[in-house]
Design a protein. Structure first.
Length: 266
């Protein structure tokens, strides 16, 4: 029997449902899965790459992010990391702002950030390393957009996004859904003079035309093209006022709330 050789850490993109992405972090031997809403695709990826599951990482309580956990645990007990205040049963290691977790089986340390807004207790995981900076942000930050405010407030979501936007430009953003083209269509509507959005839309449309993922993106790309990180830009504020969604002289948080409300019906 031969043993597998460990490799540098890598991330597998595992599509699920209509538009979810489940992320499998591995070293060629062991693996951790982020937000396994469906066990089947994860099990298939593990088998295909000859990986042994060593940990589960959860960002928030929605079913399309946690639904596959019981089936994965039925095949073998592993630690389940997750938010301390988001109402998820079965977490074995609860984490919140500032926590640092070492993922079993992998040479991987992750920093935990509290990013409420989409849900009250939503968290994100950040890897800071010379090889690559990674962000697993669940449904807080999307490529070109952000999550809906199901439980949190505009103030919370704006603060959460500012926290993520402060990460290094080269941080890879592993979000949980393929919403990029529709998000960029909205971004073009609210900031039509931003040429970088048009270039990004062209690239994203070409990728989706051949069924390729548009993620991960980068924090630098999001800062330049994502309206929910740019809601204080004069052009976006002007668009909100012209559309009758914001009064002149409104606060930045009011602008953010108006922007999110517009996207909800766009």
């Amino acid at each position: 029997m031969t043993s597998q050789a460990r490799q540098d850490l890598a991330v597998l993109t595992v599509p699920a449902f209509n538009d979810n992405y489940l992320w499998v972090i591995h070293d060629g031997v062991h693996a951790a899965v982020v937000d396994p809403g469906d066990a089947g695709p994860v099990q298939e990826a593990l088998a295909e790459h000859h990986l042994t599951l060593s940990a589960i990482l959860l960002t928030h309580h929605h079913a399309d992010h946690i639904g596959g956990v019981p089936a994965l645990l039925a095949q073998g007990s592993v630690p389940v990391f997750g938010p301390a205040h988001d109402g998820i049963e079965g977490i074995t290691q609860a984490a919140g702002e500032g926590a640092r977790i070492t993922v079993p089986g992998l040479d991987l340390e992750l920093e935990v950030l509290d990013v409420p807004g989409h849900t009250r207790g939503h968290i994100a995981y950040v890897r800071r390393a010379p090889q690559a900076n990674w962000l697993f942000c669940g449904d807080t930050l999307f490529a070109g957009g952000c999550g809906r405010l199901f439980e949190g407030t505009p103030e919370q979501m704006a603060a959460s996004l500012a926290k993520l936007a402060a990460l290094p430009d080269d941080t890879l953003v592993y979000c949980a859904h393929e919403y990029t083209v529709s998000n960029l269509r909205f971004a073009q509507a609210v900031e039509p003079d931003n040429q970088a959005i048009g270039l990004r839309m062209k690239d994203a449309s070409e990728r989706r035309g051949t069924r390729l993922p548009t993620v991960p993106s980068t924090i630098g790309l999001e800062r330049g093209t994502n309206p929910f990180l740019r809601y204080t830009e004069p052009g976006i504020v002007h668009s909100l006022v012209q559309a009758g969604r914001l009064k002149e002289g409104a606060s930045p948080v009011e602008a953010f709330a108006a922007l999110r409300a517009w996207k909800n019906v766009f």
